[in-house]
Design a protein. Structure first.
Length: 317
């Protein structure tokens, strides 16, 4: 089982425009409303492809009720923990040329009692050997110590912990020695303190994080593909998206694809990376934070690069 934990979920509203102009009155497409939050997206993608997954998340207010209804109507297995605050709403503006602008609310604070309730629900959802993914932004005022305690409690249950967050939260999570982290380029640069201008820079930074007790460092690089640094070495992969529509949530589908394959067969990391690239590319071809199903995913546009140009400059992000 793959259990996801989203401490700061959202209602995601996506609008499409030809070009965003500051100060102008613009006509948009009809809005797309979807359940959001990185862990929620991972579970949605896994569910869409027949992989068992449970999402654990706090919900509050009218937005929380709507988020719950969206997941239930989509057949997504979830455990909901009521909180006093209001679930946040995020707005994504996608331009026809592929540029995406996001307006994200901070979300509600979670009290110590609510965090304890979440921890109890998570513990009841997992068994030894399961994968647990903690991902997304953290609620306001959640301390590094609280996150470390949550991650540590999962490590004590002998599950496989994966982290996909950023900044101080990602740094704090390393103390729990997660088995896998999935940073993007900016997040890896922040946690490693390095400037990442090339694939060789990414590999060096990922190895530095690995030395802190992380077995797998899976780095998503958007148009530059991906890098996986693990105990058996380094893999570099590429993907091609012919008509990108929205990259929002593509990293979550990327992680879901990797875990879908890797959790079934840990000996075949090459296929797991290719699966990740295929799912991520498929998500980038869909509107909003839509997740790909089997009919959207193709492997003809992804490949491993056995002799990459390690010093080629990365695309600016």
């Amino acid at each position: 089982m793959i259990v996801t934990v989203t401490l700061n979920p959202s209602l995601d509203r996506t609008l499409e425009v030809g070009r965003l102009e500051r100060g102008a009155v613009l006509r948009t497409s009809s809005p797309t409303l979807e359940a959001g939050g990185k862990g929620v997206n991972v579970t949605r993608a896994l569910t869409a492809n027949g992989i068992p997954s449970i999402a654990v998340l706090p919900v509050g207010g009218g937005e929380g009720a709507e988020l719950r209804e969206l997941l239930e109507n989509a057949g997504v297995s979830a455990r909901f923990v009521p909180v006093a605050g209001r679930t946040r709403s995020n707005i994504t503006i996608a331009e026809s040329g592929g540029t995406v602008t996001k307006l994200n609310e901070p979300g509600p604070s979670i009290s110590p009692e609510e965090l304890a309730a979440l921890t109890t629900v998570i513990a009841s959802a997992v068994s030894e050997g399961d994968w647990v993914v903690i991902s997304g932004s953290m609620p306001p005022e959640l301390s590094a110590g609280q996150l470390q305690a949550l991650a540590g409690s999962l490590a004590d249950r002998k599950v496989n912990l994966a982290m996909d967050t950023s900044g101080d939260a990602l740094v704090a999570s390393l103390a729990a020695h997660p088995r896998l982290i999935k940073p993007n380029r900016a997040e890896l640069a922040e946690v490693s303190g390095r400037t990442l201008g090339s694939i060789s820079d990414v590999i060096a930074a990922a190895k530095g994080v690995q030395d802190k007790g992380v077995e797998l460092v899976l780095v998503s690089l958007g148009a530059d593909g991906a890098v996986l640094v693990g105990p058996t070495g380094v893999l570099v992969g590429e993907s091609r998206v012919e008509r990108p529509r929205s990259t929002v949530g593509a990293g979550d589908s990327f992680l879901a694809g990797f875990l879908a394959r890797f959790s079934a067969d840990e000996t075949d990391v090459e296929s797991a990376l290719l699966e990740a690239l295929a799912w991520g590319a498929a998500a980038a071809s869909l509107p909003g934070t839509s997740v790909p199903g089997p009919g959207d995913i193709t492997h003809s546009n992804v490949q491993l690069v056995w002799q990459p140009d390690l010093d080629r400059p990365l695309v600016a992000s």
